[in-house]
Design a protein around this ligand. Structure first.
Ligand SMILES: CC(C)(COP(=O)(O)OP(=O)(O)OC[C@H]1O[C@@H](n2cnc3c(N)ncnc32)[C@H](O)[C@@H]1OP(=O)(O)O)[C@@H](O)C(=O)NCCC(=O)NCCS
Length: 198
């Protein structure tokens, strides 16, 4: 089935139409030739001493996004402070993954176990390191996490107008489930899913 048939017809997703079906069916996250990478970015779990920088990076990235209203930004930033990150990692050591380039923090991915699924809460890359494959590498690492805990699916949301995120999710094998309007913080979102198998 063409993934576009899942998208309500009245909604325009110009960023999806630029992708062809061949690319979408290739499972790009597991393609070792994807230009990401391991060559440039090292993906690891953060250590305690990383959490201050990680919380700060999260706040800076979220504050800089045009897609979220002020209530959303304040609420999300308050959830990912160093203390709450430490607590989440204590409960689930793979809750956070970070990307480093030459030792410098370049990106992050937060996810949690969700009744057999993995919920991808947030991912982001420092503006300085964008369009170098780090986002794709973080999602590939998330796929490995899902496989390691034998989860059959990852799911997440994005704002409807977040084209970089929507494009990356598409390229990483996620498919739109639906659009939910007037939802979290009164804003519109797309729900996404990525089947792993099992
Ligand atoms: C979304 C985000 C994580 C992408 O990270 P990235 O490291 O730049 O992504 P990659 O380099 O791995 O890009 C992979 C693909 O994503 C898509 N993409 C990434 N940035 C894009 C952009 N600015 N415009 C359109 N497509 C984009 C492209 O298809 C790209 O492949 P290509 O470079 O071969 O064309 C980054 O833009 C970001 O941190 N955004 C702010 C935080 C955010 O919105 N998080 C998601 C919340 S749902």
């Amino acid at each position: 089935m063409d993934y576009r048939s899942c998208i309500p017809s009245q909604i325009a997703y110009p960023f999806l139409s630029s992708l062809d079906n061949k690319e979408l069916s290739m499972g790009m996250v597991s393609n070792p030739r994807t230009r990401v990478g391991a060559k440039f970015a090292k993906i690891t779990s953060p250590k305690d001493e990383d959490l201050l920088d990680l919380g700060e990076m999260f706040a800076v990235i979220v504050n800089g996004l045009p897609y979220y209203n002020a209530i959303a930004k304040n609420s999300e930033i308050s959830k990912y402070q160093p203390g709450s990150l430490a607590a989440a990692i204590k409960g689930d050591p793979d809750f956070a993954q970070i990307a480093r380039v030459d030792g410098e923090l370049a990106g992050f991915c937060f996810s949690q176990k969700d009744d057999g699924l993995i919920w991808l809460s947030w991912f982001g890359v420092s503006p300085k390191y964008r369009r170098q494959g780090i986002g794709r590498a973080l999602l590939a690492a998330l796929e490995r996490r899902a496989r390691s805990c034998r989860s059959h699916k990852i799911w997440c949301d994005s704002r409807t107008d977040n084209a970089p995120s929507c494009n990356l999710l598409n390229r990483s094998g996620f498919r739109p489930i639906c659009k939910v309007t007037n939802h979290w913080y009164g804003q519109d979102f797309i729900l996404w899913e990525r089947y792993i198998g099992y």
